[in-house]
Design a protein. Structure first.
Length: 391
């Protein structure tokens, strides 16, 4: 019987030790790691349970303060009542164990971790009745678009992606986290009265009415919020705010689309990626872009992401053989990652940006591109199997 495990801890050494101990347990494998234990842990757990409904969670409660980590555990328990949870902590006194069990843990591991204790916990997990914890999560999904080089089309794809979802009557929010570029508003012709700065200031009392009062509603139906125009204000919106904000969004909206820009090592962007169901790495067939994509993937792996969260999208895709451009096979080989989709160039894309309306708002402007782009959205959202693989 094989076991899938999720592991949450901000202690790299603890995670390493768990990984090592699992080498001696061929029937158990780690399917996801979270480098912190924050109140939004449950979002990432739910997303992973969709892919691995039988997984169990190991959570290191010493990662945050006692109260905060118990709260995070409690939220996971509420969100996934059937999930088997092993909690770990340095203090094994009666009070700690009781409060941990009350917050929802099925088992307790004393830290520092001893291999024999770990083995025992895995054995108890094996004997525990199998329950399927995942599936049917009613949380919204976050789709992030990262550009691996300037101008590869991350903003354009994010804007049109949100446009298609809104046309499908999905409750959708588009967030621009490219604090330097701030191009989303420009591409959809919006002049925002309020920005992420006001969102940050009002998070404590945020509800749907307030949020929708703050943000711009695009004629296609999605809500849009982005950075303040003044560059000096960019540091105001923090990763902690982003985490609270994304928790609010996935509870209230079906889809959240993020233009993550290029700064993946920025704390705010990284937090958004950590809450994302899918990270689209947008690239082209040019060699410098591929090299950068390689660096981005390596970085994301180091940050604890797994390969199936990352989807490579080749924009300006051309099939024609040309020694200046890599083929999809070459890209796949270099990145050790399948290409999820290829999206062709179309002059109408540029025209639509000049008109400040997403191309998908006019289905006749470039019907073939439009059809292929919608097939990309289908494939990404799992609506139905995309017939055409490339545009
Ligand atoms: N598939 C496409 N066909 C034709 N033009 C495209 C396509 N995708 C993007 N473009 C054009 O490329 C330019 C750059 O696109 P975009 O601003 O979306 O890229 P980006 O990755 O967000 O860039 P930045 O690094 O500045 O944030 C735009 O003028 C856009 O019109
Ligand atoms: Mg951009």
């Amino acid at each position: 019987m094989s076991l899938s495990l999720l592991l949450a801890s901000n202690d790299e050494q603890f995670r390493e030790l768990v990984r090592e101990s699992l080498l001696n347990q061929p029937n158990a494998k780690l399917v996801s790691e979270y480098p912190d234990v924050a109140p939004n842990l449950y979002i990432r757990v739910l997303q992973d349970l969709e892919r691995h409904p039988e997984a169990a969670l190991i959570v290191d409660l010493s990662s945050a303060g006692q109260e905060e980590s118990l709260k995070s555990l409690e939220k996971v328990r509420q969100a996934a009542p059937e999930l088997y949870i092993i909690a770990a902590n340095y203090s094994g006194d009666g009070d700690t164990v009781i409060s941990t069990v009350r917050a929802g843990a099925n088992d307790f591991l004393l830290l520092p971790l001893r291999r024999s204790d770990f083995r025992g916990a895995i054995e108890r997990l094996e004997k525990a009745p199998r329950r399927t914890a995942g599936g049917g999560s009613r949380l919204g999904r976050i789709y992030s678009f990262v550009g691996t080089k300037g101008g590869v089309g991350a903003t354009t794809l994010a804007v049109n992606f949100a446009g298609v979802l809104a046309q499908r009557k999905q409750q959708t929010v588009l967030i621009d986290l490219d604090f330097v570029g701030n191009d989303v508003a420009m591409q959809v012709g919006a002049t925002a009265q309020y920005t992420l700065m006001e969102v940050g200031e009002n998070l404590a009392r945020m509800d749907q009415a307030l949020f929708e009062g703050f943000v711009t509603r695009d004629p296609l139906g999605f809500f849009l919020v982005g950075p303040p125009d003044a560059l000096e204000q960019q540091n105001y919106f923090s990763d902690v705010m982003l985490r609270d904000f994304s928790t609010f969004l996935v509870e209230k909206y079906e889809s959240v689309v993020v233009d993550a820009g290029r700064a993946v090592a920025n704390d705010v962007v990284l937090s958004a990626l950590q809450a994302s169901s899918i990270i689209f790495l947008v690239m082209t067939q040019e060699f410098p872009t591929i090299r950068n994509a390689q660096r981005y993937i390596a970085y994301l792996m180091r940050m604890g992401f797994n390969q199936d969260q990352i989807k490579v999208v080749v924009n300006h895709y051309q099939k024609r053989n040309n020694s200046n451009y890599a083929t999809l096979e070459q890209i796949q080989q270099t990145l050790n990652q399948p290409v999820f989709y290829g999206i062709a160039s179309a002059p109408a894309v540029l025209a639509s940006i000049n008109k400040a309306r997403p191309l998908v708002s006019d289905r006749q402007a470039a019907p073939e591109w439009d059809k292929a782009f919608r097939a990309f959205v289908d494939k990404a959202t799992g609506v139905r199997k995309a017939v055409a693989k490339t545009a």
